[in-house]
Ligand binder design. Sequence first.
Ligand code: ZN
Length: 320
Amino acid sequence: MCVLKKICRIRINVRLILIFLFLFIGISYGNGETVFEGKRAFDFLKKQCLLGYRVPGSAASLRCADFIESELKKIGIPVKRQSFRTYSQLQGATVTGINLIGDYRGDSVTSDILALSAHWDTRPIAEKDPDPSMRDKPIIGANDGASGVGLLLEMARVLKERRYPGRILFLFFDLEDSGVSGSFEQWCLGSRYFAGHSLKEYPITAGINFDMIGDRDLKIQPERFSLKFAPDMMREFMDLAEQKAPSHFNKNRLPFEILDDHEPFLRKGISYINVIDYNYPYWHTQEDTPDKCSPNSLQTVGNIAVEYIFFRWKKIKNNP
Ligand SMILES: [Zn+2]
């Protein structure tokens, strides 16, 4: 009898300890900060690829616009469509482009507007494919298109749940990738349209563009236009990135000039950097598929980007 009572008491105590432990873990998780999940970003990447080739004006492209819009709405970020008509040199036709503008506003009253952008269109040709018979076919753009969008959608969730205090525009640009080599003006048509028509309505203070950041062999170095025209921001970002992930970022490696969606904003005098891994052997080939990308790469870039965005906010608040 006595022994049984003792066993019962021990059992009750163990049960109490377990209850407290679960409560403690539950409270800890409840209060914990939302973290960027590379796997979620990678799922967004795969979903876009399953929609088909997001060639401007195509049915798959419209499905992808709906997908991005609905994901932003799910998070609770209002989104607008900006349509524009433009000539696509690669398609040899006038097409309707769509930029998607997610407008997040935190609790602070601020004039600072940070833009985070990526292009969501995919290239209508695969001119770098080793097989000449495949070069006139479109690419699925797992890294060149879908990776930046996946990253941005997951970042939107994280920044919203962590109640980022400032204002962020999530910009999804169409027709980045419809230019031909040597014709400067045919690239980045969505961002050019936005920078030419919308800066009064959206007076962006600074921006970060993400392109081809899903490469499973992630190696990022500074981009030359960013370094030249937004040097402080590019250096700050690379300093943090190299410190956090030295095997993936190298701030001292020789930068190349990349014409991308940051360029129209740099022309307007806005600090806008481009985060891109341009050493991607499957670039503009039929092989730019999800298996060449990795959730880990998206995780690495996502973690750093979120940390940099909060770091930048603190800096602004301390030096208004
Ligand atoms: Zn491209």
